[in-house]
Design a protein around this ligand. Structure first.
Ligand code: FMN
Ligand code: SF4
Length: 610
């Protein structure tokens, strides 16, 4: 039955208790039924939540998965990571558009469907992939599957009746170590871990030398201690499952196959810092994991591992009351920047996901102003193991400054894409050999914001003091054009910039424009040494002037490919003289029309004036 949009919104609002902090969830769940969010609908939601319409509209227009204009009832988004493209995603997208008679991004005349692109969906090991209605994913696309998809869409067959096999997401673990092997059956139980004193738990994590697996490599115990010591009665633990870094899918695997370990880690963190509230911030692209995660939380509540008086532990801050802790799930809505921890907190609070000015840091003032610990999925999983097997065991894995193991999401030009877990300190060459890499010329470690490692450096090791990684490992063979890889990543950053600060908002687009000028399709040889100089300046500007890590790392692919694959740029910068990337005289035609002039003096002269 088709309910009126306002009726749908009212039911969703009631489910979320008319909590303005749940705005992102309210919009998401309402749109799941209404397909898009009209102005009257946003006005209705704003009134119901006692929020200004401008705020609600600002949120609705910030996230890519919200639509404030009509879209097709069945919305298909092709994952647009380089590995999807390497596997032919662009040709498949155009094939589907042709079969459906639509242009990318445009719904058909009857509003039945639309086809577009989206940033990496975290399925690089089984791409090309696409997302349907921001809910299900279809993996392993090929021409046959796309044709069958077109037939179903044209016949308006509901997504629930599409072949179940299409939605299958497989986690192929090729090398398991401490984390991917799971918690041993005879390991100490969670209640026995929680019975320890909070400070003892923090000290154990400190002695293990655990550093965060989300990218920055910050000491986990240091963060917990700061939060533990911060003032205020209420605290919060947040698991960052935004996993938006293109080419990374290890958190997906942990959440689907080791969710209990992740929730154990969050509960241990809560006990250590004295938190009552936990959030799992799940990227919108992983919506299909929600039922499994919710069922796991329900089971844990039934087992007394969440809720009031968890595991019978005395855990109030004064030590005299029970330890009360529960975890909610917040779904993102397609914004890479929300992986940045302060932007993530803004999103959790129902706002646009824009990074906060720091200090104060989340450990002092995070979710709703409460001291908050934000850790990555893998970090929490590691905590679950360390708390059971001890700091010495963890510290015995890896190296002195990079303890433990880390999980790599391997994809690209290799025979066995999937998940590989190694002790930190493992050489890149070992991972390449294990995954069956084909004539690799480079590996993109840790996604576009990480490092592009050339073949001459394959002896380097994955470790915080050598090549740090947040899990991405994309193999690029000798046929790949590293300039085009860098250009693709530049477009990604320009697209994902939240626009808060000028160096990033403008600078990322200037990088794209200049790389477009150099690209073959826009005329080989139009670039000159001057263009490379400007690109280097933009790299410096973004690195030093951007407010958050997105802008600061946006030029990393450019920096690395310029340094190691200069010939890819040299062949595009053959012009002896600088040529502007646009025709300035043509740009002035509007001014000439407005002033009624077209005489020689109103034109720019390419020849020197006499
Ligand atoms: C643009 C941007 C995106 C990020 N995305 C993620 C992410 O998807 N997952 C994650 O754990 N950390 C991400 N981070 C890092 C977080 O800000 C934060 O450092 C991390 O969640 C802390 O967890 P850890 O200490 O366990 O690594 C991102 C940072 C930036 C600047
Ligand atoms: S650097 Fe970019 S993403 Fe980060 S706050 Fe500035 S504009 Fe937003």
């Amino acid at each position: 039955m088709n309910l009126a949009p306002h009726t749908v919104a009212d039911a969703v609002l009631a489910h979320w208790g008319h909590d303005p902090h749940a705005l992102v969830q309210v919009l998401r769940e309402t749109q799941a039924h209404t397909h898009w969010l009209s102005r009257p609908l946003l006005t209705h939601i704003a009134q119901a939540l006692h929020l200004p319409l401008a705020h609600v509209e600002g949120v609705a227009t910030f996230y890519r998965f919200f639509h404030t204009h009509p879209v097709g009832h069945t919305r298909v988004l092709f994952s647009d990571h380089i590995t999807d493209r390497m596997l032919g995603s662009e040709a498949l997208l155009h094939r589907l558009c042709q079969r459906l008679g639509v242009a990318p991004g445009q719904p058909d005349a009857r509003g039945r469907f639309s086809v577009d692109r989206t940033s990496c969906t975290g399925l690089c090991d089984q791409g090309p992939a696409l997302l349907v209605n921001h809910h299900q994913v279809v993996t392993r696309l090929d021409a046959t599957r796309v044709d069958a998809l077109a037939d179903l869409m044209l016949a308006e067959v509901p997504v629930s009746d599409w072949p179940a096999d299409w939605f299958k997401v497989v986690n192929r673990v090729h090398r398991a170590d401490a984390l991917l092997s799971g918690v041993a059956a005879d390991a100490p139980s969670l209640p026995s871990v929680l019975a320890r004193e909070p400070q003892a738990l923090i000290d154990e994590v400190a002695r293990a030398g655990l550093r965060g697996r989300g990218g920055a490599g910050f000491s986990t115990a240091f963060k917990w201690q700061a939060c533990h010591d911060a003032a205020g009665p209420l605290r919060c633990v947040v698991c960052n499952a935004d996993e938006g870094e293109p080419g990374t899918f290890k958190d997906r695997a942990l959440l689907s196959d080791h969710a209990d370990a992740v929730f154990d880690g969050m509960t241990i963190a809560a006990r250590a810092i004295g938190a009552q509230q936990g959030w799992l911030y799940l990227r919108g692209e992983y919506r299909y994991l929600l039922p499994h995660l919710q069922a796991t939380l329900e089971r844990r509540r039934a087992d007394g591992l969440l809720g009031r008086n968890v595991a019978g532990v005395m855990g109030g801050l004064d030590g005299s009351s029970g330890f009360d802790f529960d975890i909610g799930i917040h779904l993102g809505a397609g914004a890479y920047v929300c992986g940045e921890e302060s932007a993530l907190i803004e999103s959790l609070e129902g706002k646009r996901g824009m990074p906060r000015i720091r200090p104060p840091y989340p450990v002092e003032s995070g979710y709703l102003g409460r001291p908050t610990v934000v850790n990555n999925v893998e970090t929490f999983c590691a905590v679950a193991h360390i708390a059971r097997r001890g700091a010495d065991w963890w510290a015995s894995l890896g190296t002195a400054s990079s303890t433990g193991t880390s999980i790599h999401s391997v994809s690209g030009d290799c025979e066995r894409p999937g998940l590989y877990e190694y002790p930190l300190g493992t050489p890149i060459s070992r991972i390449l050999a294990d995954c069956g890499a084909h004539q690799p010329q480079a590996v993109q470690v840790s996604g576009p914001s990480g490092t592009c490692v050339p073949a001459s450096d394959f002896g380097r090791r994955i470790a915080f003091d050598d090549v740090p990684s947040a899990g991405g490992f994309t193999v690029l063979n000798r046929t790949r054009d590293l300039f085009e890889v860098a250009r693709h990543f530049a477009r990604f950053f320009a697209h994902e910039s939240c626009g808060l600060c000028t160096p990033c908002r403008v600078g990322t687009h200037l990088v794209v424009r200049r790389l477009d000028k150099l690209a073959h399709e826009r005329g080989a040889g139009r670039g000159s040494a001057f263009d490379l100089e400007r690109l280097r300046e933009l790299n410096t500007l973004l690195h030093s002037g951007a407010h958050c890590g997105l802008g600061a790392s946006a030029c990393n692919p450019l920096r690395d490919t310029l340094a190691h694959f200069g010939q890819a740029y040299a062949q595009r910068t053959g012009a002896a003289q600088f040529e502007p990337e646009f025709n300035l005289d043509a740009e002035l035609s509007v001014a000439r029309r407005a002033t009624g002039r077209n005489d020689p003096g109103a034109h720019l002269h390419t020849e020197p004036l006499p």
